[in-house]
Design a protein around this ligand. Structure first.
Ligand SMILES: Nc1ncnc2c1ncn2[C@@H]1O[C@H](COP(=O)(O)OP(=O)(O)OP(=O)(O)O)[C@@H](O)[C@H]1O
Ligand SMILES: O=P(O)(O)OC[C@H]1O[C@H](OP(=O)(O)OP(=O)(O)O)[C@H](O)[C@@H]1O
Length: 210
């Protein structure tokens, strides 16, 4: 029985594809530049689809995919884990969530501050837990711009190397979560395709990428 894996398109799918090919799976029609979204391996054991990160859990929950591989940040932000099993921490795509602001500029946390972010739920929870009153502005990318042009006082965003913050004259005020890519599984598939799914888990575990 073949298994269908929904892969978060972007950084995560590129590493997972590379890894699967290094482990002996052949995907004759795959290339990083291709616009194709579905790939089957030559042995017909895996079908891979490239899905936008927030949609991965939707495919898995509804049984359109058996397995999903997606960043933990996305699962937490979308509160998406309830109807799926998280079966493995893949260890790739490691990054932190941080509050950042303009370098050297003091932010008065005692007043209501504005926060630009792609992660409104995670940001709100963080500020609530720290008893700060905030106005969250949901953005869709290039979040670093917001404090530079006066749209927000601070941002909450992913930091990996810190290069984007540095290049834009921002600094971290607080790191508060870290994430990695997770493998999630549809509960019915987990029972029906138990052996195939465990074979895949073993293949990925064997690669020391954590
Ligand atoms: N430096 C990083 N920046 C963003 N995401 C990272 C980083 N390092 C690891 N990740 C992981 O990769 C995932 C996003 O990958 P990527 O940015 O390639 O996808 P994307 O679809 O372009 O995302 P988005 O549209 O949200 O920018 C995140 O959910 C996170 O788990
Ligand atoms: O610490 P770094 O290694 O610089 O990585 C962090 C940057 O990467 C991500 O942006 P992405 O490239 O996904 O673009 P986006 O801003 O459009 O989301 C993230 O939102 C930061 O901007």
């Amino acid at each position: 029985m073949s298994i269908h894996i929904a892969l978060a398109k972007g950084r995560i799918h590129k590493v997972v594809m590379k890894y699967l090919m290094e482990s002996g799976y052949e995907f004759p029609s795959y290339s990083e530049d291709s616009r194709k979204l579905i790939f089957e391996d030559a042995g017909h054991t895996l079908k891979l689809t490239l899905v936008k990160s927030p949609d991965v859990a939707v495919y898995v929950e509804r049984g359109a995919a058996d397995i999903g591989i997606v960043g933990e940040d996305v699962l937490i932000e979308d509160n998406a884990g309830a109807n799926v099993y998280e079966v493995l921490d893949i260890g790739i795509g490691r990054c932190n969530m941080a509050v950042a602001g303009v370098k050297g500029k003091k932010v008065d946390m005692s007043r209501r501050i504005t926060v630009g972010t792609k992660y409104p739920r995670i940001a709100r929870k963080y500020f609530e837990e720290n008893h700060h009153s905030v106005d969250i502005i949901k953005l869709n990318g290039s979040v670093e711009l917001a404090p530079l042009v006066g749209l927000s006082d601070v941002i909450v965003d992913i930091v990996e190397t810190g290069n984007t913050l540095r290049a834009n004259g921002l600094e971290v005020l607080d790191y508060f979560m870290d994430f990695s890519a997770r493998m999630i599984c549809n509960p019915v598939s987990f029972k029906m395709k138990y052996d195939e799914i465990h074979t895949l888990i073993d293949v990925i575990k064997k690669k020391e990428i954590r």
